[in-house]
Design a protein around this ligand. Structure first.
Ligand code: ADP
Ligand code: GLC
Length: 484
């Protein structure tokens, strides 16, 4: 089976978050199910610079106003199509925002162009390679399914994955006339969204199957609290929604063979891990301690509850623990952490930015990873933490609630616990979670049990890739039945 995956990010070429990790690692896992994936990605500089073999397969003189070349290429073991459109993608900011963090004003056009090309490939535009199914990720790619829905001559099963319903690709209605879609597409069962255009909304209406990155989040977004305006559509599509938890690339995240860490270790040599802990404290200029070393590698945003963490740092100080924060995001939260580090230089250290190697070092050296998200579709950070023996402390929401087993009495007795869950997700809840962690940490054998159990957890793609393969199988056979 040939699969066309369509995504705005893919690890290791371009990444702002977990979407890239998923898009980069799922194809490998699908191979053993006989599924050959080619992924269409935008030609950002970090992508076009790293292609191993790049062959032009189509040229556009005027693709939504820009010239562009579609390349077939390979990089980092991935089989790719790259839309090389410098006017759209060679910019000095990030994939979606400029240097000041503001959305590019023409995002509607950039991702319409990208999605339009995806729909062409899905329709058989590329010689000698025709996909059996198209799988689009998030709003940036969602419009490809809308183009296909209204292309009467193309029958290909369409899958959409929701990684985060907070990002919807909402644009003013007048943009519609520029998209090259028939008038009927501007309707409640199409792109129309509260009088505007909703790319994700259109994709949800056009998909044959919708996957959400955890079963809990799939349920949550059917309610107004989490659905962010799309709960009605999610409910209407209820029968076609399936929650599949993300896996991780266990080769990229392997503490026994991680080039980014100084002292590789495995579950059977927990003491070797201590050397990484020492190195980490040193790297961040913090004194060594017998107290717990908490960490956070995260986008510093409201979604991630990082304002909550900034508000309870005194709790860490009181237990003579350490807190290491690495991330970037909202200016206010960044300042709150910088202030905290200034006030408590022996306890708190912050490095603003986004550094992949540092994320590995922190997972390998910290005792506990804090993930206090207000909502979390799946979350990968807590999965990496499990694998690295860094005990996750997570909010009880979305994918966090179903990937971490709380250290309650029953779970501890059954030796099943892997971390701490807390709710309500507010400062009181987080304070209590930190105190629980402190108490567990003092009981070395219990804490080591949590680490061991976490490291034993299977976070690989094995089970979830099988579920995607099953879904693709079902949907292609249904499609063939309908066509026949
Ligand atoms: P999200 O995609 O919502 O940000 P996930 O937990 O799914 O959340 O994925 C986050 C990914 O981004 C992980 O791979 C994590 O290691 C990485 N990450 C987050 N912040 C940073 C940072 N400051 N530096 C390096 N990697 C980071
Ligand atoms: C989104 C979500 C995160 C998820 C990731 C990959 O960024 O916020 O929870 O793990 O996508 O699916």
């Amino acid at each position: 089976m040939n699969l066309l995956s369509v995504t705005a990010e893919i690890f290791p070429l371009v990444k702002t978050g977990g979407l890239a990790d998923v898009a980069g690692s799922l194809p490998k896992a699908l191979k053993s199910h006989g599924i050959r994936t080619r992924t269409l990605v935008p030609g950002y500089p970090s992508v076009t610079e790293t292609l191993d073999e790049a062959m032009p397969i189509a040229r556009y003189d005027c693709l939504f106003g820009e010239s562009a070349t579609l390349l077939a290429a390979r990089a980092a073991g991935l089989e790719l199509f790259v839309l090389d459109a410098p006017g759209f993608f060679h910019r000095s900011g990030g994939p979606y925002t400029d240097k000041n963090g503001l959305d590019y004003p023409d995002n509607w056009k950039r991702f319409a162009a990208f999605s339009f090309v995806a729909s062409q490939i899905a329709g058989g535009f590329v010689q000698h390679w025709r996909p059996d199914i198209i799988h689009a990720h998030d709003w940036h790619a969602a419009l490809s399914l809308v183009y296909l829905k209204y292309a009467s001559d193309v029958q290909i099963p369409r899958v959409l994955t929701v990684h985060n319903i907070a990002f919807q690709g909402q644009f003013p209605a007048p943009v519609f006339s520029e998209l090259g879609l028939p008038d009927e597409a501007y309707a409640v069962d199409g792109l129309e969204y509260y009088g505007d255009l909703g790319y994700l909304k259109g994709g949800l209406q056009a998909a044959d199957a919708i996957t959400v990155v955890s079963p809990t989040y799939a349920r949550e977004i059917m309610s107004p609290t989490f659905g962010m305006g799309l709960e009605g559509v999610m409910n209407a599509r209820h029968d076609d929604v399936v929650g599949i938890v993300n896996g991780i690339d266990v080769d990229v995240w392997d503490p026994s063979a991680d080039p980014h860490i100084e002292h590789p270790y495995s579950a059977s040599e927990p003491l070797r891990r201590l050397a990484n802990r020492e190195a980490l404290l040193e790297l961040f200029g913090l004194p060594q301690t017998r107290g717990p070393v908490f960490a956070s590698v995260n986008r510093l945003t409201w979604q991630k509850g990082m304002d909550l963490l900034a508000a309870v740092v005194d709790e860490v100080v009181a237990m003579d623990g350490r807190l290491i924060v690495h991330g970037h995001g909202d200016a206010e939260i960044e300042h709150a952490f910088l202030d905290a580090a200034r006030h408590f230089p022996h306890h708190i250290a912050v490095r603003l930015g986004y550094e992949e190697p540092l994320a590995h070092k922190i997972q390998a050296g910290a005792d506990a990873m804090l993930v206090p998200s207000r909502f979390e579709p799946c979350g990968l950070t807590q999965l990496y933490a499990l694998r690295y023996g860094c005990v996750p402390i997570v909010a009880r929401t979305g994918g966090l609630s179903e990937t971490i087993i709380d250290a309650n009495v029953a779970a501890l007795q059954a030796q099943a616990a892997t971390g701490i869950q807390f709710s309500p997700v507010d400062t009181d809840g987080l304070r209590l979670a930190l105190r629980r962690a402190f108490n567990l940490y003092r009981h070395r054998r219990v804490w080591e049990g949590l680490q061991r159990q976490g490291m034993k957890t299977d976070c690989s793609w094995q089970r979830s890739a099988a579920r995607y393969a099953e879904l693709y199988g079902n949907i292609t056979s249904t499609d063939m039945r309908l066509a026949g």
